[in-house]
Design a protein around this ligand. Structure first.
Ligand SMILES: *[C@@H]1O[C@H](CO)[C@@H](O)[C@H](O)[C@H]1NC(C)=O
Ligand SMILES: [Zn+2]
Length: 604
């Protein structure tokens, strides 16, 4: 009798919980919406007033989350019958930074807003050779443009060094305080430290080990690419050959990108068949008069060709597609869910180029995810894990980048489909995807060490470079001091966006691609599969997105790919022919680099 009574009580409790969760959702939609609006206003118009408003609404949201978390915790949700409801409660109870006192919470918001503003408004001045002493260069588009197009050793070095001087270098004190507050919150929430908290989103005890396992699996592929690229860069910069370190590292300013994170811009120097056209269609896009709007429309057309949901009218009205010239904005591309089930936007400073076309697909992939799960409870409006969210747009872009597809949309008129053309294509893809792997891995290796206390402020920069040299095999082109803060010169550190998600996405997107290609009945090699207009492929990825974060990601992954494991196999399969070619080219050459940075580059 007693047991039965308790059971009835538990059921009543669960019924009450269900009702409360419904009210919670309705309210969260309003409070979260107001917060996103204020944050959008700040990010697209960096004024003091907008910063204050944004801080105000983020404090209101924190208070709401804190209160809701307390209420959720008062239910015995681990014993709910309904596992879906229990999972929702677990998420409501996990409130992150909102656990902090009002004072601490506001301080951490303020620090982040401030670091983001420094990053987004920084400009490098005094470029050697400029007549006008007042001429200054923002990162986006000027410094990025120099990194992408210049082959002048000294100009590249200037852009590389100056950017770090005007951004990261101003932040180490703020970052130390900020990391301390994140740790404080993690501790109050019962985590070892903030790194432990971030890793918990992957719901996997062995997550860090899993990342290391995947990195070790891909390392040989990266080493082959690195060795080949280094040799070619030595030819391009033969007049500076003495400045290449003996340790086998690539000087970090030569890879066509401010952070050496993707190398597509040096494609013409490493093209396997140099006499044949490359696969970057930027020039053709410009010749045909492409605009940012046309790039957005083209991207949407790919989604709808798969039977996926089109962008909304509000999306087209409110998206920020180009950099405004009447105010400061955060240019770094991002996609926004306003949590009211109808407002979704992208913010990016689009230029006409192929890499921007890929970025547009990437951001629109986020919005497609938002649209697919918009009717779930707010706590489930999230990716299966953070890597899922980053992978959607990239998966579609894998199809868009194929010669098949570029030809079909008229951007690749003179492609010759022979082994040379195939290798040129794969090399272009490798410069984006393989080159990124160690970078995607190391950022949070570094941050996890900061959060665990292993890396203290005095060692921020030394430890950062220790990882850059060891994992990426790149070295700074000028001496770095312990007081520099080069991690802060990468957007996601001041903006506090976790980064391992991009590493995971680079693995998952090839798994998703393979599953979609199978669904589409593809008979080409994996790297030449284009799922355009396949509703079967669209259903496969759409079903995954519809789940949001309502189930453990292993379940969602299994439903789509047949396995619960993250696997680098599809990526290795995709690049198989290129790897074979690289190994031939590199036969008898030195592969790899020393673990330590070249002597004298890091001044402790
Ligand atoms: C930018 O924000 C300010 C408030 O600080 C506002 O007065 C101004 O109209 C905004 N500009 C635009 C273009 O929205
Ligand atoms: Zn993204």
């Amino acid at each position: 009798m007693v047991a039965l009574g308790l059971f009835a009580l538990a059921l009543a409790n669960e019924e009450e919980a269900r009702q409360w969760a419904e009210e919670y959702n309705a309210e969260a939609q309003v409070v979260w919406y107001d917060n996103v609006v204020a944050s959008w206003n700040y990010n697209t118009n960096l004024t003091d007033y907008n910063q204050d408003e944004s801080l105000k609404y983020s404090a209101i949201k924190a208070a709401f989350d804190r209160e809701s978390g307390l209420t959720a915790s008062s239910y015995d949700y681990e014993n709910f019958e309904d596992q879906l409801l229990a999972r929702q409660f677990r998420k409501i109870a996990d409130i992150g930074e909102a656990v902090l006192s009002e004072e601490d919470f506001n301080r951490q918001s303020e620090l982040r807003a401030e670091m983001q503003r420094i990053y987004s408004t920084a400009e490098a001045c005094n470029k050697p050779g400029d007549d006008d002493p007042d001429k200054c260069y923002p990162l986006d588009p000027d410094l990025e443009q120099i990194m992408a197009t210049s082959t002048d050793w000294d100009e590249l070095k200037w852009a590389w060094e100056s950017w770090r001087d005007v951004s990261g270098r101003l932040m180490p004190d703020m970052y130390e305080e900020y990391a301390g507050l994140l740790n404080k919150a993690a501790d109050m929430n019962g985590y070892d430290d903030n790194g432990d908290y971030w890793r918990s989103w992957y719901e996997m005890e062995t997550f860090a080990e899993e990342c290391e396992r995947i990195w070790q699996q891909l390392r040989p592929l990266y080493e082959q690419l690195h060795a080949y690229v280094l040799r070619k860069l030595k030819e391009v910069h033969a007049d500076h050959i003495d400045e290449f370190p003996f340790t086998g590292h690539i000087p970090a300013h030569l890879l066509g990108n401010m952070w050496s994170q993707s190398w597509g811009n040096i494609e013409e120097f490493v093209r396997p068949a140099p006499e044949k056209p490359g696969l970057d269609v930027t020039e053709e896009m410009i010749r045909q008069g492409y605009t940012p709007l046309k790039m957005f429309e083209l991207s949407e057309e790919f989604f709808t060709s798969l039977g996926l949901i089109p962008m909304t009218e509000k999306f087209w009205d409110d998206t920020m597609m180009v950099k405004p010239d009447d105010r400061d904005v955060v240019c770094h591309a991002s996609a926004w869910d306003f949590y009211n089930q109808e407002d979704f936007r992208i913010k990016q400073c689009t230029e006409v180029s192929m890499s921007w076309l890929i970025t547009t697909h990437h951001e629109m992939g986020h919005v497609e995810y938002f649209l697919q799960y918009k009717d779930l409870p707010v706590q489930y409006r999230d990716g299966g894990n953070p890597g899922f969210h980053e992978a959607i747009g990239d998966v579609l872009a894998l199809s868009v980048s194929t010669p098949e597809h570029l030809e079909e949309i008229g951007l690749l008129p003179d492609f010759e489909d022979d082994p040379d053309g195939d290798l040129n294509f794969l090399m272009n893809q490798a410069l984006a995807k393989i080159a990124f792997i160690p970078f995607g891995y190391l950022i949070d290796q570094w941050r996890w060490n900061v959060f665990s206390g292993e890396t203290q402020k005095e060692d921020y920069n030394t430890d950062w470079w220790e990882m850059r040299c060891r994992y990426q095999g790149v070295a700074p082109p000028v001496g770095r001091l312990a007081t520099d803060f080069d991690a802060g010169a990468k957007y996601h550190v001041p903006a506090n966006t976790p980064y391992i998600r991009y590493f995971i996405s680079h693995i998952l997107q090839f798994q998703f691609h393979k599953a979609m290609c199978d669904a589409a009945g593809n008979t080409n090699p994996l790297h030449r599969c284009d799922v355009y207009r396949s509703e079967e492929a669209g259903t496969a990825i759409g079903d995954l997105m519809k789940l949001g974060s309502s189930v453990h990601w292993e379940e969602a992954l299994e439903a789509m790919t047949g396995t619960t494991e993250m696997s680098a196999e599809p990526l290795v399969e995709y690049f198989g022919p290129l790897l074979e070619w690289l190994e031939e080219q590199n036969a008898g050459e030195t592969i790899g680099w020393s673990n330590e940075c070249p002597e004298g580059t890091i001044v402790p």
